[in-house]
Write a protein that binds this ligand. Structure first.
Ligand code: NAD
Ligand code: DAU
Length: 347
């Protein structure tokens, strides 16, 4: 069995990956490197913190000694989740995104390249995003061959990291594989993202900000489906290749928010249309025929079912999100939308 090294395992998708990898015995050991930024939360990992196969390393990929941790750990597989992940924050502070998402990835790739000299067969999974392909109008899909056209500082930083990983395959013979996925949702997602934020604000009877007219479309995938997809790439993916993942669940933002309100029996009047995100990508849509064909992967959770599960989780994990909403996250929203929207609700 393989030794896994994960980065960003205290975040949303990474923590699901860590829990599932140990529960399903995908690996013999798992080291999780995370800087614990505002988005990192060790509570996401409390189920596995005492597991003898698990080890946490508090390290910033931008500045810490990544090389010596990678050397010491000697992983068979590196799965790189760590990133600044929120598009709105990349509009506020692009520099941090370039640093973490590009230089952080560069540091990790170099450490992998160095380890490779003694550890043959090392595999590196770069967790990228559908946003590297840019924005679609009402029709069309993204394929793995679709030319990159990223339009936000976040997506440019991810496109750079994505290409850098493949460059290390071509140039240094590192066995890299890239996974590009659409919008994940599920338990433990940081409240700044559309779905958890709308659930929490609805539970609090606060106004729910919807950008523009709410017509932008995202393709939603339940986080456990994506995590299972990553494991199929580790098991069966080909070095130097990229794989698309999606949920086959395209919805406009207003549809998503309406579904949440209906499920919680809250009025649509909680919706507040606010100024649009700058450069807001209109629509994403993933073609994942390649993952179906070559990895025998497909999404299994219907959006309606996954959304209900997610709502239930936020309803029964108040302590988790209240600890977050009382802190840094609200300050971000105050800066963007003013105190009234977030703190004083509709009154
Ligand atoms: P997240 O923001 O919830 O978690 C990111 C994690 O990375 C946090 O634990 C944070 O502490 C850590 N981190 C940030 N900077 C770091 C640094 N310099 N050094 C070490 N650790 C650092 O993110 P997420 O939503 O779980 O996304 C994980 C990955 O998946 C990201 O690479 C993101 O681009 C990609 N992705 C996310 C989605 C989505 O819908 N959430 C979809 C496609 C791809
Ligand atoms: O597509 C994959 C990407 O999905 C990932 O690469 C990113 O890491 C992840 O953050 C996510 O990006 P989005 O920008 O699509 O997610 P977000 O939840 O921020 O927004 C989803 C949609 O909802 C988008 O069209 C913007 C809109 N929105 C978002 C917020 C936070 C609103 O209308 N109101 C809001 O308050």
């Amino acid at each position: 069995m393989a030794k896994y090294l994960i980065t960003g395992g205290a975040g949303f998708i990474g923590s699901h990956f860590c829990r599932m990898a140990l529960k399903q015995n995908w690996c013999e050991s798992l080291v999780n490197i995370d800087a614990l930024t505002y988005a990192g939360n060790l509570h996401n990992l409390k189920e596995i913190q005492a597991d003898p196969r698990y080890r946490f390393v508090h390290l910033d990929l931008n500045s810490g000694d990544v090389d010596s941790i990678v050397k010491e750990t000697e992983p068979d597989v590196i799965i790189h989740f760590a990133a600044e992940s929120h598009v709105d924050r990349s509009i506020e502070d692009p520099g941090l995104f370039l640093k973490t998402n590009i230089i952080g990835t560069f540091n990790l790739l170099n450490a992998a390249k160095n380890l490779q000299t003694s550890k043959k067969g090392l595999r590196f999974v770069m967790v990228s995003t559908d946003e590297v392909y840019g924005s679609l109008e009402a029709t069309g899909q993204f394929f793995e061959e679709t030319p990159f056209a990223p339009r936000s500082p976040y997506s440019v930083s991810k496109a750079s990291a994505d290409m850098l990983a493949t460059a290390y395959h071509h140039t240094f013979n590192l066995q890299t594989m890239v996974v590009r996925c659409s919008n994940n949702y599920g338990p433990n997602q940081f409240p700044e993202k559309l779905i958890p934020q709308s659930i929490i604000f609805a539970l609090q009877d606060r106004s729910i900000p919807v950008y523009g007219k709410g017509t932008n479309v995202r393709d939603w995938i339940y986080v456990e489906d994506f995590v299972a997809g990553i494991q199929t790439v580790i098991a069966r993916g080909k070095s130097g290749e990229a794989y698309n993942f999606g949920g086959r669940s395209e919805c406009s933002n207003i549809e998503v928010v309406e579904m949440i309100l209906a499920s919680l029996k809250k009025p649509s009047s909680l919706i507040q249309f606010v100024k649009d995100r700058k450069g807001h990508d209109f629509r994403y849509s993933m073609n994942f025929d390649k993952a179906e064909r070559e990895l025998n992967w497909r999404p299994t959770v219907k959006f309606e079912t996954g959304l209900k599960e997610t709502i239930k989780w936020y309803q029964s994990n108040l302590v988790w999100w209240e600890a977050i909403t009382s802190g840094e996250y609200l300050k971000f929203y105050e800066r963007n939308y003013g105190e009234k929207l977030v703190l004083k609700g509709r009154s």
